[in-house]
Design a protein around this ligand. Structure first.
Ligand SMILES: [Zn+2]
Length: 316
C-alpha cells in the first residue's frame, strides 16, 4: 500500500450528530407543546421549499428566529416541534412560496438553499442537523396534505410527527428514503463515477435508492453492477448521513469489487472509471494535476473515499 497521505484533521460530516434532544415523549401533549412554543426561550428555523431564511448580522448569518419573529415573516404553513436544545424548544416554521419571494426583497434577510449553506459553511455546524430535520419534515407535510388511503384532507398531530385522516382514521408518519452510497475498491484502486449534474472535474461514489424488499448489501451490489457493470462481493458499512433533498438517508459503504471491466449506464452516469489511491488522495487535497476533485467534506462521499485512501477499510 502507498504511504498514508496527510490530509489534515478529518472535517465534520454535515447534517449528522445533532445536539437537539428530540423529546419524542412531549409530541403527543398538545398543551405542553403550546407552552414550549409560548416560552420566550423558544427559537425557530424558517424554511420554504429549498430556501432557508437567515437574519443578516454584522457578524454573519443567523438561522434562528424567535417565535414572534418567525410568525411576522409572512404567511406560514406548518409549525413543527424539532426538539430541545439546552432545555429550550426548537421549532421549524414552514414559509409559503409567496412569503419566500417577499423575503428575498428585504434587506435584513438572506434566503439561501440549504445545500449552499452547508457547502459554504454559512452557519455554525451545529445548525445543520436541526436544519436537515426541519427541511425534511416540512417537505413531508407539504406533500401529504391528503390521505393516500381515501383522499380526504389530513390533519397535523403529535407536534408535526404524524398526520391523521379524520375520514378513514389512517395515521401517516414522516418518511425517510434510504439511499446506498458506496465505493467499490480492489487493492490500490477504486471506482468513481460522474453524474450528469456534477460540475466539471468532480468524481464521486456511486449511489442509488434501496428498493422495497431489498437489504442494504444487495442494494450496494445491484447499484454498482447497474451503474458501472462491476460485480461486488463483501460489503462493509461505514457511516450514515441525513440528506434532506428531500428526505433521504445516505448509507455509506465500501464494497469489494470482484470484476474489472467498467460498463457505464449512460442514463445514470456521465462516466465511471478506476482511479488509483495516490490520484484520489490528490483529488481530496484539491491538488490533482488535471483539476479533478472529490465532493466537499460536508458530504458523506468525501468521508467514504477518504477512509479508503487512508487505509481504514477492512472487509470481515
Ligand atoms: Zn383517509
Amino acid at each position: 500500500m502507498s504511504p498514508r497521505p496527510d490530509l489534515g484533521p478529518r472535517p465534520r460530516l454535515g447534517y449528522a450528530t445533532s445536539r437537539l434532544e428530540r423529546a419524542a415523549e412531549r409530541r403527543g401533549d398538545a398543551p405542553a407543546i403550546a407552552a414550549l412554543e409560548a416560552d420566550a426561550a423558544a427559537r425557530a428555523y424558517a424554511i420554504g421549499g429549498e430556501m432557508v431564511a437567515l437574519k443578516k448580522h454584522a457578524s454573519g448569518l443567523d438561522p434562528l428566529f424567535t417565535m414572534a419573529e418567525a410568525r411576522a415573516l409572512g404567511r406560514t404553513a406548518e409549525v413543527v416541534f424539532l426538539g430541545l436544545c439546552d432545555g429550550a424548544a426548537r421549532f421549524a416554521v414552514g414559509l409559503d412560496p409567496a412569503t419566500v419571494e417577499a423575503l428575498k426583497a428585504r434587506e435584513e434577510f438572506s434566503l439561501i438553499d440549504l445545500r449552499s449553506i452547508a457547502v459554504r459553511g454559512l452557519v455554525e455546524g451545529d445548525h445543520l442537523p436541526p436544519l436537515a430535520e426541519a427541511k425534511a419534515l416540512l417537505n413531508w407535510h407539504a406533500r401529504h396534505r391528503f390521505c393516500p388511503n381515501c383522499g380526504a384532507p389530513t390533519q397535523l398531530v403529535e407536534g408535526g410527527w404524524r398526520r391523521d385522516c379524520p375520514s378513514c382514521h389512517a395515521q401517516h408518519f414522516p418518511r425517510t428514503d434510504p439511499v446506498v452510497i458506496m465505493l467499490a475498491v480492489a487493492g490500490e484502486r477504486c471506482v468513481l463515477g460522474r453524474s450528469h449534474r456534477f460540475q466539471p472535474g468532480m468524481w464521486s461514489c456511486l449511489a442509488g435508492y434501496v428498493e422495497p424488499g431489498e437489504a442494504i448489501e444487495d442494494a450496494v451490489r445491484r447499484e454498482t453492477r447497474e451503474e458501472a457493470g462491476i460485480a461486488c462481493g463483501r460489503i462493509a458499512y461505514f457511516a450514515s448521513q441525513p440528506w434532506p433533498f428531500p428526505t433521504s438517508l445516505m448509507i455509506g459503504c465500501h464494497a469489494e469489487a470482484l470484476s474489472d471491466e467498467i460498463v457505464v449506464d449512460q442514463a445514470e452516469l456521465d462516466d465511471a472509471r478506476w482511479f488509483d489511491r495516490e490520484e484520489v488522495a490528490l483529488m481530496l487535497a484539491r491538488q490533482h494535476p488535471d483539476g479533478f476533485t472529490a465532493p466537499a467534506p460536508v458530504a458523506i462521499a468525501y468521508h467514504i473515499i477518504r477512509a479508503w485512501v487512508e487505509g481504514d477499510v477492512a472487509f470481515d
